[in-house]
Design a protein. Sequence first.
Length: 115
Amino acid sequence: QVQLVESGGGLVQPGGSLRLSCAASGSIFSISVMDWYRQAPGKQRELVAGITMDGNTNYADSVKGRFTISRDNAKNTAYLQMNSLKAEDTAVYYCNLHWGAIHYWGQGTQVTVSS
């Protein structure tokens, strides 16, 4: 069983930065794909960024050049560095670990971008 705990969300002004963390329990973190999703009110959950166990990354077009996903396998933790935040980045952010067809979700962390 894997548990994911996100942290680092909060209120930030437009143009500001936040760093989200996702700490995973269990022993499969280093061989799993880690993704960050977000869900804004009234909208579907969308994939923001992903990183493979080899460190290959992908990003939604809306965050390219502003967000950076990374992972530290020694700490069983994934990160999402978010810079140049915009009001439209406001959402609950979730991390997702998937290993084959098995998916685990965190509880989510709120990010609010507002002046």
